[in-house]
Design a protein around this ligand. Sequence first.
Ligand SMILES: [Zn+2]
Length: 245
Amino acid sequence: MTTFSRRRVLEIGAGTSLFALLAACSSDEQVSEGAQATADSDAAATTSEAAEASWERINLGFVSAYLLVRGGEATLLDTGNQGDEGDIEAMLTSAGLGWGGLSTVILTHSHGDHVGSAAAIAQAAPEAAFYAGKPDLAAIDIGREVIGVDDQQKVANLTIIATPGHTPGHIAALDTERSVLLAGDALISDDGALALPNPDFTPDYDEALKSVEAMAQLTFASAYVGHGDPVLTGADAQVRGLANS
Ligand SMILES: [Zn+2]
């Protein structure tokens, strides 16, 4: 849990309360003021821990997967390359869960750097349900059923957004509760800014641009992509800029 909390503090820029806490702990002369700050920080930490589950990036080097833990259950978006299941298990463990706590796996598309560890995870987590866009199902073999999903369908309280182009069945997932778009490879990020997908890896670029326009209709603060760093604020405005470019 320590890794989780620290990472979240860094990612959402809520370092202020941490520094207040550290300052309070380091000064004996401000006992009453410091004690109050400590109590406030503890209360804030406890409240956010309970109420605000957040997406965690599992940085697998070339590609990222993302994990959300709510109410003792985990949702995983993408599975990295073959052999990445150990890193994903480590993130589950740091959230206080094991494979048994993984209830949902969403595969954004059929490429090997996104479904690579899905078969191993399907074995390790027999209770988990796997989902992917219907047109990609034929290209995904994980040794058991993958449930096909359509645009606007809800999966684990996330809204599936059909975003074809990179593959015919590519999907993104919108988390309205956390104001996060998980875009898979329908967008990339470069140097802290969202960018259009690379034409070299996008067989149907016209479709991919239409998908960017579809994402530009949505409201979200953050965008998490398969390749590149998450963009944490103002991401929807960036997508609207790309759609108009
Ligand atoms: Zn891909």
